[in-house]
Design a protein around this ligand. Structure first.
Ligand SMILES: [Zn+2]
Length: 295
């Protein structure tokens, strides 16, 4: 693009939905290795390693709002997440921009806002430990507090690996379909607007009560299917760090054929997730546009 070129509103919106992963939310904590962290008042990083820059954005892009009461008692830091704040911040900026005649910034801020909603449609962003029992998590946490961190470290790595494997499988599937100009079940689910009416109108609790509740409820069934399809090294071996190796891996080349029952179940999960992603994105956008009309 050159300065002054015209672009469609959809292009501005879609491009901006990716933007919060490019560094906006990195090192914003009091204990971040940055000069600016302390200015925001977010306190110390609630979880993750403050020295790994990408892990410092996790509490802005994940929200654990539907865990057991015991878990909140044992690990209160998991309550300190900020995707609702970010979503609200950018959606109200979008409405302000639209109301005051800045359509470009309206679509751009709307896209930024949608990023946080779309992240929360991913079960690994909406649930602390999909498929793992509260007892196991409490045990790992108690052992870690007593100095034996092995069980917790293994769990953190397995969860990170499964999170990344799911997203890689989804990305590869979508890109392959796009490359072949195929309209697969995933694309159809993404744009199926019939589904939008199954949910309440956009409101201040939608992200918590609808989007993240749905994603966290679907988490354990999804994990079972993920584990039954993906190579065990990638999803069940705490000695393997998928995040470090993933650039050299193409999952689609390593999986059983598409028509095995396990693969079909996983693909059905993915289609469901894409359907939610599309419906909630459109419902949020309707809410933003409604709030943008001057009285
Ligand atoms: Zn994100």
């Amino acid at each position: 693009m050159k300065a002054g070129d015209q672009v469609s509103a959809l292009t501005v919106l879609a491009t901006a939905t990716d933007e919060p992963d490019y560094g906006l939310d990195i090192n914003l904590w009091d204990d971040s290795p940055s000069d600016w962290g302390r200015q925001y008042g977010f306190g110390n990083q609630p979880f993750g390693n403050p020295n790994l820059s990408y892990s410092s954005q996790a509490p802005f892009h994940m929200g654990f709002m539907h865990e057991s009461r015991l878990l909140y008692l044992a690990a209160p830091f998991i309550k300190r997440t900020f995707p609702l704040l970010r979503s609200h911040q950018y959606s109200t900026l979008a409405s302000l921009a639209f109301r005051t005649g800045h359509a470009y910034w309206g679509w751009r801020f709307a896209g930024l806002s949608l990023h946080y909603l779309q992240d929360l449609t991913q079960p690994y962003h909406a649930a602390l430990a999909p498929g793992e029992s509260t007892v196991k998590l409490l045990t790992a946490n108690a052992l870690a507090m007593a100095g034996a961190t092995g069980m917790k470290d293994d769990l953190v790595l397995l969860l990170s690996n499964r999170h990344l494997v799911l997203e890689k499988y989804q990305t590869e599937s979508l890109l392959k379909a796009a490359g072949n100009k195929q309209d697969t079940a995933l694309e159809k689910a993404l744009r199926n607007s019939e589904k939008d009416r199954n949910y309440p109108e956009w409101n201040d609790r939608y992200l918590r009560d609808v989007v993240s509740a749905q994603a966290s409820q679907s988490a354990s069934a999804l994990v079972q299917n993920l584990l039954s399809v993906m190579p065990p090294t990638y999803v069940a071996d705490p000695g393997f760090d998928f995040g470090v190796k993933e650039a050299g891996i193409t999952l689609l080349n390593e999986l059983p054929k598409r028509d095995t029952p396990e693969r079909m179940r996983l693909d059905a999960n993915l289609t469901e997730l894409m359907g939610n992603f599309g419906a909630h994105s459109r419902n949020a956008l309707r809410g933003i546009l409604r709030a943008s009309n001057p009285p």
